[in-house]
Design a protein. Structure first.
Length: 107
């Protein structure tokens, strides 16, 4: 599952927004670390930052046969910010799709 997380975090994929949009579930929802709520339609219309990230303490929990919860610490090496992240992935239309994501800044 970590490979799927990297698909929406890699700078090269964030430059080509189509690669990020391809992995988002049609009902995608995100609670950003700022507290703002984003949907797939918002991602289509916004510029994505292309910062350099590191993932630490990655864990996967099987919620159901077709659902996974991923939790990890995300280090933004560009901005020096660390956040706790959680993602819910659903097996949808033959592949894993990111249904929900949340980021909470770590102090």
């Amino acid at each position: 599952m970590i490979d799927y997380e990297w698909q929406h975090l890699k700078p090269s994929n964030r430059k080509n927004k189509d690669k990020v949009l391809d992995i988002l579930h049609p009902n995608f929802k995100e609670f950003g670390k700022s507290g703002k709520v984003f949907y797939k339609s918002d991602i289509k219309n916004m510029a994505l930052n292309c910062d350099d990230f590191t993932i630490n303490n990655f864990e996967v929990y099987e919620l159901a046969e077709d659902a996974r919860l991923c939790t990890y610490e995300l280090v933004n090496n560009t901005r020096g910010v660390i956040s706790n992240r959680s993602s819910v992935w659903e097996f949808y239309d033959g592949d894993w799709a990111l249904l929900f994501h949340q980021g909470t800044e770590k102090y």
